[in-house]
Write a protein that binds this ligand. Sequence first.
Ligand SMILES: Nc1nc2c(ncn2[C@@H]2O[C@H](COP(=O)(O)OP(=O)(O)OP(=O)(O)O)[C@@H](O)[C@H]2O)c(=O)[nH]1
Ligand SMILES: [Mg+2]
Length: 259
Amino acid sequence: MLYQPALRTLVVMPTYNERDSLPVTLAHLMEHVRCDVLIVDDNSPDGTGAIADELAQNHTTIHVMHRQAKDGLGAAYIAGFQWALERHYDLVCEMDADGSHQPHDLPRLLAQAEADASLSGVIGSRWVAGGAVARWPWHRQVLSRGGNLYVKFMLGLPLHDATAGFRVYRANTLEHLNLQDIESHGYCFQVDMTRRVISQGGAIAEVPITFIERESGESKMSGAIVREALLRVTQWGIDRRKSRVSQWVTSLRAQRNKP
Ligand SMILES: Nc1nc2c(ncn2[C@@H]2O[C@H](COP(=O)(O)OP(=O)(O)OP(=O)(O)O)[C@@H](O)[C@H]2O)c(=O)[nH]1
Ligand SMILES: [Mg+2]
């Protein structure tokens, strides 16, 4: 069934070497949701950019942004978000091109965002009741679950899947985030976005999804990406604790100085 969002909706889809997956993912997406799509390609050596251009020529709803070189998921999304804000979309989605995020799950994410205007965003979550992962080896499950537990412990985020990359944001939330300050490259970009939204008092809902391991192409997950996430989350956690202690000391002093 084709879902037609009431709000102007853009799906931002970063690509790097997704020549086989991209056309299939887009065909499924167009079967399930009526929305615009922006492909953000980092000059993929396998020719994904040219395939994206061909798809854009055949479908007025598909747009392509070509970037010079591989610069990470975070930078690609930030460029895509800015493109969306310049064009006044209401809802901006994140979705992988590798088939892991199933287009038939997107209407539930969008419906939740549309039904509750107080939400800043909606996350398609693997680690809530009803969520699942398919075809993932045990070590990937451990990494994802362990990563999320560490994020919760360090940052206290009220979410089960803060590293997830299947999301819907309200454009006005993105507008107030100072996107140009975000330096995260790999999947810690997702955690970074989440903590920024929450620290501004925004609410994020989780909707269960089934995440499926890609069938073709190669994962861009690497040791460097895991290390970046570990270092940044640890640093954010230390900063958070420091600022809590200084708040506590300030309020203690204020109480002591009361007549
Ligand atoms: N433009 C751009 N896209 C990227 C970059 N790195 C990854 N992507 C895309 O971002 C999406 C997610 O990347 P994946 O390789 O699946 O990485 P992942 O989802 O973190 O890892 P897996 O869980 O192993 O699939 C895919 O559509 C990639 O093509 C990048 O540096 N630039
Ligand atoms: Mg993937």
